[in-house]
Design a protein. Sequence first.
Length: 440
Amino acid sequence: MQSTNKALARSISVVAQPWTYRGEGGANLVIALSDEKSVLRFAKSKFVDKDVDGKIGEIAYFANTVMRPRLGSLFIRPLEIRIVDDLDFHNVRESVQPLRPPARLKKDMKSKKVIMSHDCTFLTPEYERNTQGDTISFEIKPKQGWHSLKASCSVDLCHRCLKQYAKLHKGEITSISKYCPLDLFSCDPLRMKRAIFDLFEFPCNRFKVFRNGGLIYTENIGTAPDVENELSQWLELDPHDSDAVDLMAALLCTALLSPLEETKEIDVMESLVSLDVSDSDRGQFCDTKSDPLPPNCILQRLLALQRQTEIGDNEAQIICDRLLNNIEDIEGLHQLVMWHPNNKLEHKLSPSEIEDVLQLQRFLLSVTAKDVSLLLTFREIQDLSQETFEHPVLHFRSVDKSFRLMLSVIDMDPKSVHRISSWVKRKESWLNAYFSSLKD
Ligand SMILES: [Zn+2]
């Protein structure tokens, strides 16, 4: 199964065109090819001889074949596998070293097989038609939008806030971001707007702003007043008005709540602009109340995937242990869960073991859905009278402008059974920190 990717992979030349280092996470390093408006992802590893080519095949298969049909093709640009030659590989590896964050240096680029996809900080050519001016995009990492801990143990914090609270209690961080995912997914206009303000105020790696593909705001890059100024210019506001962030929040909340597959012409929820979040009531714990999200908006699709599993980390660990009675090792189990039903081990499994594999697939898919990022990319419509509304347009009456919107889900890497035991331990340590803090 995996070998078919190799036969299809085409080469890509990097040095023949301008490129920039875009950033990196624990598993991948990303560069942007500005002429092609595409990004290349190189797999990273700390082991010299680790086979990371297989990981690249898994990432492409999972995004294109598993996530894309479930979230909707409108929201996911296809991923392709490409090959870079030795010269390009060494050139990129040497050139990016001075730009890389020190904390990320223990893993280096390993694979010449790379993932190529559209750079979603720009519109695709079809979306770009009849647009003009700067392209502004916002990246949001929403995290888990529902409270899974309440059912299993009496904790009044959601998964993300518990993690923050535990890290603070253990002295690993010195302050907590106010952002709570339950606010963003609440469908309550005031709480959603507050969530956007919280992200803007304390972006960490959860909130980024790009202008024409360049990162202008996130943790340690840019400042809030500078970005407000950029947004004011983009929206052509009076320089003395200071409501650019209110307008941004209205734009983002509208995009997140709109059923973009069915509706291409959308009015921005302008009532949000004047909502005052500064003195909104914020309790000590996460607010678990929520209204149903509009069907088929991206938040509703994402939440449905996050909630589709019936099991948690502990049950997933029990299922893994049970399956390992009949499967040689954890890597064999990973391959089985990753590629089912396209795996040569299938015939060795009983019906109950196949049900276990399906349970693990649903569980791991929900973990990926809690870890994706959303990119909301906007560019002004050039001539409304020429617009065909094949792709979404947001009318922003109060600034007398209309914007093309492209909403993309990115960072959909498959999660592996290898990591389940560490999630169990991590959750236990957070809960210990939480309960010990209550005794203090
Ligand atoms: Zn929370």
